[in-house]
Design a protein around this ligand. Structure first.
Ligand code: WQD
Length: 333
């Protein structure tokens, strides 16, 4: 029996595939490669030392899913495949609702039709918006501030309702800010197109592919005026998915978990840590706040520790070291 990982060639998906294989699970990857490179598949197979099966297609296409479930014996699903740009979702809300919710509905229907007992859903801390002062728990108010965030919250609710009417159980994982890469440097964050996220841009500056980093806002009510986030190593996130698949959740039930470190770091603190790890200053300038940004966000991860036995183990230096190692190896390719 195998775990179907949709979006399994993507950033968090590829690391989760490697972690699942390392935990002794067979895996089938389904990806349309709209935001992932085929290089990732070669790297995953090299790390797993196995010719893992890869299906190319849209996780929202019922015919694709029929074919995939017909060719493989699937006993669990991890669903990553989704569009995930906040800014893009504001420009194209209907495209985001159609794509992200369409794939949730089609995949849940296919899994339930075939009696799959467990589905793990890739959600996001973006569901909290700025409604609650951090640290946020899973019971904190959820007030998304973008169509992307709405698709994650609606996805959780659709899956919870689907589970309640079936024998399937669903776990939704709300990630905070994923950073880092597999220590081998063979897989990492390799988005198609220009990155919008902080750490990939810092790495572009360090690699000489960006002149400087613009710090979006220096007038927040934080320790140094710059915004605070909960940065968490992608390998810790991957291990969180292994724990979620093994979790003791009864059929027809669903549960959400925060996956973060439980501590917040400012933009300037990230820049200082990156300079330390990379051994060079990171040119940067203060700039206006970015529309839509919130001042501070970090997790309370008590539930994941108590119920899944999971907690983040890798620190900021490890995140940045592993991220830079991946970027350097990509540049030398
Ligand atoms: C972090 C901080 C920026 C770039 C996003 C999505 C979220 C999740 C993770 C999917 C902020 C500042 C950034 C720059 C900067 N993705 N920054 N200069 O916005 O917290 O979360 O990615 O689930 O849904 O919203 O991450 O890395 O873009 O920003 O100063 O050039 O870095 O203002 O304070 P964010 P980020």
């Amino acid at each position: 029996m195998a775990t179907l990982v949709t979006g399994g060639a993507g950033y968090i998906g590829s690391h989760t595939v490697v972690a699942l294989h390392g935990a002794g699970r067979d895996v089938v990857i389904l990806d349309d490669f709209s935001n992932a490179s085929r290089r990732a598949v070669d790297a995953i197979r090299s790390l797993a030392r196995s010719d893992l099966p890869v299906e190319e297609g849209d996780a929202g296409d019922s015919q694709v899913l029929d074919a995939v479930f017909g060719r493989h014996r699937i006993d669990s699903v991890v669903h990553f495949a989704a569009r995930k740009s906040v800014a893009e979702s504001v420009a194209d809300p209907l495209g985001y609702y159609r794509s992200n919710l369409g794939s949730v509905i089609s995949l849940a229907a296919a899994a339930i039709d075939r009696g799959v007992p467990r589905l793990v859903f890739s959600s996001s801390a973006t569901v909290y918006g700025s409604a609650s002062a951090p640290p946020v728990t899973e019971e904190s108010p959820t007030v998304p501030e973008s169509p992307y965030g709405e698709t994650k919250l609606m996805g959780e609710r659709i899956l919870a309702d689907a589970a309640a009417a079936s024998e399937m159980s669903v776990i939704s994982l709300r990630y905070f800010n994923p950073v880092g890469a597999h220590p081998s440097g063979l897989i990492g964050e390799d988005p198609s197109g220009e990155p919008a996220n902080l750490v990939p841009r810092i790495m572009q500056v360090a690699a000489g592919r960006r002149e400087r980093l613009d710090v979006y806002g220096a007038d927040y009510s934080t320790v140094d005026g710059t915004a605070v986030r909960d940065y968490v190593h992608v390998m810790d996130l991957a291990e969180g998915h292994v724990a979620a698949l093994d979790a003791d959740i009864a059929p027809a039930h669903s549960r959400t978990y925060n996956l973060g470190t439980g501590s917040g770091t400012t933009v300037l603190q990230i820049l200082a840590a990156a300079s330390e790890v990379l051994g060079t200053p990171i040119p940067h300038e203060m700039a206006e706040r970015r529309p839509g940004d919130i001042e501070a966000s970090w997790a309370d991860c008590t539930r994941a520790l108590d119920e899944l036995g999971w907690q983040a183990r890798r620190d900021l230096a490890q995140m940045l070291t592993d991220h830079w190692n991946f970027v350097r190896q990509q540049s030398s390719c």
